[in-house]
Design a protein around this ligand. Structure first.
Ligand code: CTP
Ligand code: MG
Length: 233
């Protein structure tokens, strides 16, 4: 059934989905790879569409797959599909460009985090609505982290990092629309997430609790884990 988005919602969700999925191994663009018989992108969009404040979903698809992605998502929700770019940030910029000016809150959410619950989308949006200009979902770091260097052609430990001040960062990352637009207008630079761009502009970034279900499907093992998580997601 096609989900109805909330025409009075104040949130646009941008879904970069144009990556090749190289680390997942051969099998085509990652967003179109199957999890329990359905493409990752379908799982992701279904959950985004279930978040009550979402008014608009913009997917950045692989350029060669735009029509196929439109057809794939039409039965899931009313989604705008644009061609993505060579780097993730170009895909985000292409999606941001079609968000109407009256939408005040923009979330950026990886298609690869296909099992992210609607509740996390709402909690990030709520923190932006409450006045935070930039919001990221985070989890504590579980492993011990070492800083290393090279000595006599071997990797050696320089020190142990205090992990209590470290966080693993997920998506969706939420922004006041003008904050994200200004960061993009200022030039892209190399950042591995969207908050990195606004941090550089001096904007405070606030953390909210993330979700194990928002794990990023990156390597083949992640698909196995995601399949198991589907039982609870
Ligand atoms: N993405 C995108 N445009 C790109 C590169 C990435 O829209 N040019 C998207 C991916 O589709 C994914 C998200 O950004 O949903 C996170 O990227 P990542 O997990 O790195 O996915 P891929 O780039 O597809 O994977 P890989 O790096 O292994 O090739
Ligand atoms: Mg990538």
């Amino acid at each position: 059934m096609t989900a109805q988005l909330n025409a009075r919602g104040d949130v646009a969700v941008l879904v970069p989905a144009a990556g090749a999925g190289l680390r997942l191994g051969p099998g085509g663009p990652k967003a179109l790879r199957l999890l329990a018989g359905e493409p990752l992108l379908v799982h992701a969009v279904r959950r985004i569409a279930a978040a009550p404040s979402v008014r608009l979903i913009v997917v950045a698809a692989p350029a060669a797959e735009v029509e196929a992605v439109r057809a794939l998502l039409a039965p899931v929700a009313a989604v705008t599909v644009v061609p993505g770019g060579a780097e993730r940030q170009h895909s985000v910029a292409a999606a941001l460009a079609v968000v109407p000016a009256e939408v005040g809150i923009v979330l950026v959410h990886d298609a690869a985090r296909a099992l992210t619950p609607a509740e996390l989308i709402e909690s990030v949006a709520a923190a932006v609505r409450a006045g935070r200009p930039a919001v990221i979902p985070v989890l504590p770091v579980i492993d011990t982290i070492k800083e290393v260097g090279l000595a006599d052609a071997a990797e050696v430990v320089l020190g142990t990092v205090d992990r209590s001040v470290l966080r693993s960062v997920q998506t969706p990352q939420g922004f006041r629309r003008e904050v994200l637009a200004a960061a993009h207008a200022a030039g892209l630079g190399a950042h591995t997430d969207d908050a990195g761009m606004v941090e550089k502009a001096g904007v405070p970034v606030t953390c909210v609790p993330g979700s194990e279900l928002a794990m990023k499907i990156t390597r083949p093992l992640d698909l196995v884990i995601a399949e198991a998580l589907l039982a609870v997601a």
